[in-house]
Design a protein around this ligand. Structure first.
Ligand code: GLY
Length: 412
């Protein structure tokens, strides 16, 4: 069986490793992939457009394509592959707008009673500022487009709000993504990520996870693609799961059905659990999270490929999980998410125990070399988060490159 995985990070390496571990005879292809994915399959080296990827898949009889990264979804790859008779796991364009178009997502949530923070939409700096004058200025300001995850500002005062709006409307730092902004009620609490499989009939959640988004310890500094994650999320207690299912998952499922947003793929719920134990939906993604996937897949007992195949057949899906906890520490290049240097030699990787994933490194001759901001995802498993965390950090000590950086508080 030939499987093509689309994306280039640790998530795609984790998906590939899990598939291969459960099904040693599959053949894996990655586009564009990274140094790690090239070790377990074949990276497609040429630059491909979506239609070239389609022709490649047809010509090479790819049996299944799994979309890791959202860009492919927003470019409509699922529509093109499906129309041409190929099997692809991911949201078609209209559904991927739940991730790529924040106004579309918020209107969907409002229409179907999915619990989400209150919000207003603005198309100009002045209107947004006039509105904020009547508030405490403690809000989330978000660009309508996702802008590679960078278009979110959590502001606390007038100066920060003006700065964010300036950046979006006057400097136009986000281009078209910033033509509209959503100003959202700012909720305090604990975040939780729920990744799920959607088979056009049911939404089947994975274990819960928690993402550490900021570059600095204690959630300080700039937003990143994620500096670590743990699973399960200790804040997702039973009553919170019940609240999530009733007020978020079920209305989402109803909305997807009524809006005819049916596909075979993943839905990610980015949640906020408030101090009053209420769950709010901050965002949908229509893909698996990174680095949450890297903590979740090592805990999955079921054969992931069989689960994906059952999804296409709309069969009932029960996912079995190991009774363990998982902690993933991201090692990045110093300076990320701003300016950083590539090309550093990584020591210690050849002897590192599984699980770990390459996020941004390549093999040159016999050496592993850094090639991106986020470089490695090191995972520890244990009977508790504390044990998983300890194991992850013991492994982190075994690898080194010049100017490497990692947060020391993942799982604390
Ligand atoms: N970890 C959050 C994301 O994948 O967007």
């Amino acid at each position: 069986m030939k499987i093509l995985i689309l994306g280039s990070g640790g998530r795609e390496h984790a998906i590939g490793k899990k598939l291969l571990q459960d099904n040693p005879f599959i053949e894996l292809y990655f586009y564009p992939g990274n140094g790690g994915t090239n070790k377990i399959g074949k990276n497609l080296e040429t630059n491909y457009s979506i239609s070239e990827l389609y022709f490649f898949s047809k010509k090479n009889a790819i049996d299944l394509t799994i979309v890791g990264s959202e860009n492919f979804l927003l470019d409509g790859i699922v529509d093109i592959f499906k129309n041409g008779g190929l099997t692809i796991m991911g949201a078609h364009y209209q559904s991927s707008r739940l991730e790529g178009d924040r106004m579309f997502a918020k209107s969907f949530m409002k229409k179907y009673g999915v619990r989400t923070p209150q919000y207003k939409v603005f198309t100009s700096y002045q209107k947004a500022i006039n509105f904020l004058k009547k508030t405490t200025y403690s809000v989330a300001i978000k660009t309508n487009g996702i802008a590679e995850g960078k278009g979110v500002f959590l502001v606390k005062n007038k100066q920060e709000a003006e700065q964010a709006l300036n950046y979006i409307f006057i400097d136009k730092k986000f281009g078209k993504s910033g033509n509209k902004v959503i100003i959202e009620e700012f909720l305090k609490g604990n975040e939780s990520s729920i990744i799920s499989i959607y088979n056009s009939k049911e939404i089947i959640p994975f274990l819960s996870a928690k993402d550490y988004k900021k570059i600095g310890e204690k959630e300080t500094g700039s937003n990143t693609g994620g500096m670590g994650s743990i699973s399960p999320n200790p804040y997702m207690k039973n009553d919170i799961w019940i609240d999530f299912k009733k007020n978020i998952l079920e209305p989402t499922l109803e909305g997807l059905f009524l809006e005819k947003l049916t596909f075979f793929g993943f839905i990610y719920f980015g949640l906020m659990i408030t101090s009053t134990n209420k769950v709010y939906l901050l965002e949908y993604n229509t893909r698996m999270g990174d680095p949450e996937t890297q903590t979740l897949l090592p805990l999955m007992k079921s054969n992931f490929l069989h689960i994906i195949q059952s999804t296409f057949m709309k069969k009932d899906i029960v996912i079995a999980w190991k009774s363990l906890c998982s902690c993933c520490v991201v090692i990045s290049s110093k300076g990320y998410p701003e300016k950083y240097e590539n090309g550093k030699i990584i020591k210690g990787l050849n002897y590192l125990k599984e699980p770990f994933y390459i996020a941004g490194a390549k093999k040159e001759k016999e050496e592993w070399i850094t090639s991106r901001g986020r470089v490695l995802n090191i995972v520890g498993l244990g009977k508790s988060i504390e044990e998983a965390r300890k194991k992850a950090y013991q492994k982190v000590q075994k690898v080194y490159f010049e100017n490497c950086y990692f947060r020391k508080d993942i799982g604390l």
